[in-house]
Design a protein around this ligand. Sequence first.
Ligand SMILES: Nc1ncnc2c1ncn2[C@@H]1O[C@H](COP(=O)(O)OP(=O)(O)O)[C@@H](O)[C@H]1O
Ligand SMILES: [Mg+2]
Length: 365
Amino acid sequence: MDTWIGLMSGTSMDGIDAVLVSFQGQSARIHASHTIPYPDEIRHRLLAACQNQATLDEIGELDTLTGTLFAQAATEVIQHSGLPPSAIRAIGSHGQTLRHQPSGASPFTIQIGNPSVISEATGITTVADFRRRDMAAGGQGAPLVPAFHKAFFSSDTEDRCILNLGGIANITWIPANESSPVTGFDTGPANALMDAWCLDQTGLPFDSDGHWASEGTVNQELLSDMLSDAYFSRMPPKSTGKERFNLDWVKTQVSRHPDIPAEDIQRTLLQLTVASVVNQLPETRGLRIYTCGGGARNPLLMAELEKALPDAQLTLTSDLGLDPQMVEPVAFAWLAKQALEGLPGNLPEVTGASGPRILGAIYPA
Ligand SMILES: Nc1ncnc2c1ncn2[C@@H]1O[C@H](COP(=O)(O)OP(=O)(O)O)[C@@H](O)[C@H]1O
Ligand SMILES: [Mg+2]
């Protein structure tokens, strides 16, 4: 049976998640998984590049360096699996987003992590650059995972919502009735703002288990100001990233409310994630919400989401047979499979593209 590798690093820039997987009908079997955290130096350089502090030379170097790390993640996940490289049909590599600007006169999205380096180092066909074709067809180029969610997580008997809590939060709503369209979009920040504020104030890249936030209380005035950001009330299709929701955004909000203790700000940012997700969900009564991504590991965030959704059932994608940390990398393995089989990878009703498109560029073995 063909096996596939998915490589993903999201807006959190915490590191590269790699998975080696095979697909059978509506199920994905994980043979091995592996994560390479970004070395601090690389994370700082990537963050600086996102903040427009990088020259073209620096961006070129980062493209090669991250490509090498993506290749290393692929090589190590193959070693963990015990399978020979010849058993792997292809690698789907998302790359590292430096900028995502889906609106404006000339929309664009930039992912680095040189795919030629990956295919050269592994000897395996690599598929990358998944977002730009959707964008060229008038779409947001994001989110792309809803097509995978639809293919693997739909049910005849219940409406399902998949909630991914990465740097950015995105939801996919899959009605039980197959003739109804799937809805999916980025709701706004999940961890991005909490991570940015935590790093700025404590030097730590994230607030482990929400401990620091739990020392603070929600400032309702700050929260309602934050919730008035136009992104939250915009109709889908929509997608966003660190170019909007970043430390500057937090500092601008906070500057209007002097003297709020730093831990209260952290706690308020957590509540912003909860409120912005919950406000943008469709009817929640009886809805089953399956969460995934790093935010699902934050017990305070999960408890607050549960509190805000008394009518819904909140669980993890593990209840659907897929490890919450592996959903995104598995989706990119599947997108590589779709590309090589000449099948579409986007859902036009989600991204707003003018039609289904085969996504990705192929870098042969
Ligand atoms: N134990 C934890 N407690 C709190 N937050 C966590 C924990 N583990 C992971 N996270 C959060 O999850 C983020 C990474 O999630 P991930 O799904 O990899 O996002 P992305 O797709 O943006 O890379 C981290 O930056 C951190 O904010
Ligand atoms: Mg990550």
